[in-house]
Design a protein around this ligand. Structure first.
Ligand SMILES: *Cc1c(COP(=O)(O)O)cnc(C)c1O
Length: 435
């Protein structure tokens, strides 16, 4: 590392406690100060370029420093940077709400703003519980899929099922039970999992406010994938028991799975949908919980009946973030992004063929612009993912495996040459691993 890289990394470690990190790792693993970004690339102070193969934790769907999004934010910056959203409103929030209502499945007609993914999940959980209460029903339990992830604030963590994040805090969590996620992408597995869902709802449906799921792909749960049929059938089963269906599109939303929203592939309208991550193109924190008029109307009454939804965040509906979101949606309108992505994901899948012949590769799977190579034969202590990560960084690609699961979730603007580089680098890394 050159002088500037070292200086910033050293200063950083004096002051910053990083997310999702055992800080002691940084005694040996260097931090990477990033100076700038452009397109799929991040640059450090030595002008090393890294292809951001994970869209910086799945948010930068159009890459870094996009001209259109940047220019819209600059305009908004000199007009209105922020105003509270209670008692006041502004054009970017209204325009964005209208756009999202039109863009999401029919029947999601109301938009509630929050400022990060976890808080959008909290909003959905609280709204669902409160809806039932306003109807005179007590439903203190939530249901989620095994292996699910919905964020890390207490409520969101409670409905997740990733041991690593959850175990320590078990005594603090709200009540939630799990039903098995379909074990693979086949229809047969979807139907098997529905049998289990039916059993649980028949036994405990009247206690449950909502069933929350990540549609098609469980992101933090090692990119596990399942068939849309499950969502379609789950919707019917939930409806029968008066249980809300919350579709958490925080990771899958905005084209990642091949359609604008993953639940379109199941052709259903959930009772709640949460979006964040790709929403602002990775520019600013913003999140939204969409819901139906049925839910909205259950809170609508005279003051003093204590039915209103009294939830708020300081930065709710921030105008700069709403402007970034509008500009991001405009990029989808300006060209056939989803069509181009279909070609790119077909190309990626073809390139992954040769991985299947490696003895340490268990499975290759894909949904839209998420492609996965799952390795086998390693113990967690071997930290095999870390080896791939380090190899990638030394060869100009930011990969960040989830344990033994290597995945590609690049910005949509990635070129075919950049795809080659990204995947060839991962291949070299895997070939070099001990077997
Ligand atoms: C990232 C994520 C969240 C949490 O969002 P944050 O902004 O990190 O709080 C919730 N649900 C899913 C599916 C996610 O991928």
């Amino acid at each position: 590392m050159n002088h500037k890289n070292i200086e910033i990394a050293t200063e950083d470690l004096k002051y910053i406690w990083h997310p999702c990190t055992q800080m002691k790792d940084h005694e040996t693993l260097p931090l990477i100060p990033i100076k700038s970004g452009k397109g799929v690339y991040l640059y450090d102070f030595e002008d090393n370029a890294y292809i951001d193969a994970i869209s910086s934790w799945w948010v930068n769907i159009f890459g870094h420093v996009n001209e259109h999004i940047s220019s819209k934010i600059k305009e908004q910056l000199d007009t209105l940077e922020h105003v509270l959203l209670a008692g006041f409103t502004h054009k970017p929030a209204v325009d964005l709400a209208k756009k999202l209502v039109n863009l999401t499945p029919q029947g999601l007609d109301k938009v509630f703003f929050a400022d990060n993914g976890s808080s959008a999940v909290e909003v959905a959980l609280k709204m669902s519980f409160h809806y039932h209460r306003n109807q005179g029903n007590h439903r203190p339990l939530f249901l989620s899929l095994s292996n699910s992830y919905h964020g890390e604030t207490i409520g969101a963590l409670s409905v997740g099922d990733v041991e690593l994040y959850k175990e320590t805090y078990a005594p603090l969590l709200i009540a939630c039970i799990q039903t098995p996620v379909p074990k693979d992408q086949t229809k047969v597995s979807a139907k098997e999992a529905i049998v289990e869902l039916k059993k649980i709802l028949e036994a405990r449906g009247s206690e449950i406010s909502a069933f929350i799921i990540e549609p098609l792909v469980q992101g933090a749960g090692s990119m596990h994938m399942y068939h849309p049929l499950y969502i379609k059938l789950a919707k019917g089963v939930c409806k029968k028991h008066g249980v809300h269906l919350i579709i958490d599109e925080i990771m899958t939303g905005f084209g990642r799975t091949g359609t604008m929203f993953a639940c379109e592939q199941a052709d259903i309208t959930p009772d709640f949908m949460t979006v964040s991550k790709g929403l602002t193109g990775g520019y600013l924190p913003l999140a939204i919980t969409l819901t139906t008029l049925d839910v909205y109307n259950a809170f609508y009454c005279d003051y003093g009946e204590f039915k209103a939804f009294l939830h708020s965040h300081s930065y709710t509906g921030n105008p700069l973030a709403c402007t970034a979101a509008l500009a991001t949606i405009e990029l989808f309108e300006a060209s056939d992004v989803l069509g181009e992505n279909r070609k790119k994901s077909a190309y990626i899948l073809k390139k992954l063929e040769k991985f299947k012949k490696l003895p340490n590769v268990k499975e290759v799977r894909q949904t839209g612009m998420i492609a996965v190579v799952e390795l086998q034969g390693y113990q967690p202590q071997e930290r095999i993912g870390l080896k791939v990560y380090e190899y990638g960084l030394n060869h100009g690609v930011l990969l960040r495996p989830l344990g033994h699961v290597i995945y590609f979730m690049p910005p949509y603007i990635i070129t075919y040459e950049e795809i080659d580089k990204m995947i060839d680098t991962a291949y070299e890394a895997i070939v070099l691993l001990p077997s």
